[in-house]
Design a protein around this ligand. Structure first.
Ligand SMILES: [Zn+2]
Length: 470
């Protein structure tokens, strides 16, 4: 992404994450699945009937605390829930239960690419319902529908300070957050299921200025790609406005995937518009310090720490270690494969070059076998790739595939030497040319060698051939 000259991009992120819970935030309704019939997971509480009382979901509090601890946040002893009042048809109570001035945690950090992004707070709230309008899939007449399956589903809101400086960094931040959430088991964080939604706020300021510019907030972005593109678009839009002497309007904007542009949704509300007040139906929460310490002790190794360890323990280059540690499944796979006897560096190359782009995770034993077969010269790297993809497809062991395909490679020097001698005898002209200085004649000799003996290890053959041509 090109940074507009003279301007600095300033991005803060709010990320909404659905914690891993069976039931909603304040009632016993199942969280349900995408595609459940509309209004099938709804009760008096989450549909906002009068006279009912919410009850705090302990699993949601635990997920929020784990996330906060993993982000290095301070956990205050006292926290409470507040009503955020606004009227919208997808909000049956006319208010959302959220946290205002005493959130569950504050002042954390998340490391991306060796840089620290400060986390302002992680708090808990509830999701709203969903409106289905004319033109949407389910629309029959000129009507709108309300589906309350999502209403009351627990959400964690993770708010960063405005420490991000580009679309790349914003995407890296969201990816790092997803890895962390999955590592600690706080959320499945699948963006395509709406379990992780990013809301970046973006402003520009003159390089060297300490003051923040006027920001716009992009709502509900649900893929890393859209996040990146929306920010690139918004930065370009604001730059153009400011360079033409105009002003950015503080507002909420949406991202149109179809048109690949952001569009104005509504002017920004301020906190006072929401008339926050403490939720009278819930007691303030006093968090048990022993419980917090227990959760802290039970946290697994964080991705940043793991990256550092992959470098020190296995001698991986920092970039490779970073790429592997950024995905929990890949990092686990790497360590399993190495434990099965494969060397660390080639294993990392296979994981970054073949496994990660394929989007499928092979069994550690099979990958270890492939890495060892290639490293030991029994099969070529190309053959290794084929073996790995076949093994991924049907689960057969690499050894079986190598045998069935006749891939075994001949690396024995004396037997390859016999082949090289035969090739040289059959191509006296090419041999002469090579010795006369036409080095490209080697290609013709190698081609003939591959035709005669496809099983010969090409590296061993090429080395021998060059030695014998001298
Ligand atoms: Zn309910």
């Amino acid at each position: 992404m090109s940074v507009p000259s003279g301007w600095e991009v300033v991005i803060g992120m709010e990320v909404h994450v659905q914690p891993r819970t069976r039931t909603k935030m304040f009632c016993g309704c199942a969280v349900g699945q995408l595609g459940d019939p509309p209004n099938s997971n709804v009760c008096e509480i989450c549909s906002g009937m009068p006279g009912v009382l919410p009850v705090i979901n302990r699993a949601a509090v635990e997920a929020c605390l784990k996330t906060a601890l993993a982000l290095g946040c301070e956990i205050p002893r006292h926290t409470k829930f507040d009503r955020k009042n606004y009227m919208y048809p997808d909000l049956p109570k006319g208010y959302q239960i959220s946290q205002y001035d005493l959130p569950m945690s504050r002042n954390g950090r998340l490391e991306i690419e060796g840089r620290e992004v400060r986390i302002r707070r992680v708090h808990l709230e509830e999701d709203t319902g969903k409106l289905i309008h004319a033109g949407d899939k389910l629309q029959k007449a000129k009507e709108s529908f309300v589906d309350l399956n999502r209403a009351g589903v627990a959400l964690m809101e993770i708010v960063s300070e405005p420490d991000l400086r580009s679309a790349d960094e914003a995407r890296d931040y969201a990816v790092a957050l997803r890895t962390l959430l999955r590592t600690i088991g706080a959320s499945e964080a699948e963006m395509e299921k709406g379990q992780l939604r990013a809301e970046p706020n973006i402003s520009l300021r003159r390089v060297g200025s300490e003051e923040l510019g006027v920001k716009t907030e992009l709502k509900n972005i649900n893929s890393f790609r859209a996040l990146h593109r929306a920010i690139v678009y918004e930065v370009a839009r604001q730059t153009e406005l400011l360079e033409a002497g105009g002003a950015v309007v503080q507002e909420t904007r949406g991202w149109s995937e179809a048109e690949q542009r952001t569009f104005s949704q509504r002017s920004k509300e301020f906190a006072e518009d929401y008339r926050y007040f403490p939720e009278p139906d819930l007691p303030p929460l006093e968090l048990d310090q022993a419980w917090i310490e227990e959760l802290r002790r039970a946290l697994p190794e964080m991705p940043g720490t793991r990256r550092t360890r992959l470098v020190s323990q296995y001698g991986l280059p920092a970039a490779d270690a970073g790429q592997i540690a950024a995905q929990l499944e890949l990092a686990d796979l790497f360590e399993e494969v190495v434990k099965s006897g494969a060397d660390a560096r080639p294993t990392a190359n296979w994981i970054i070059g073949e496994v990660a782009p394929s989007g499928k995770v092979p069994s550690a034993l099979h990958l270890a076998e492939v890495v060892k077969l290639v490293a030991g010269g029994s099969i070529t790297r190309d053959q290794g790739r084929k073996v790995l993809s076949e093994s991924l497809a049907d689960g057969r062991s690499p050894a079986d595939i190598v045998a069935a395909r006749g891939f075994a490679q001949d690396s024995d020097e004396s037997s390859v030497r016999t082949i090289v001698e035969a090739v040289m005898a059959a191509n006296p002209r090419a041999v002469e040319d090579y010795r006369a200085g036409k080095k490209q004649a080697l290609g013709a000799l190698m081609a003939d060698l591959k035709k005669r003996a496809p099983q010969a290890n090409p590296k061993v053959a090429s080395d021998l051939l060059q030695e014998m041509l001298r």
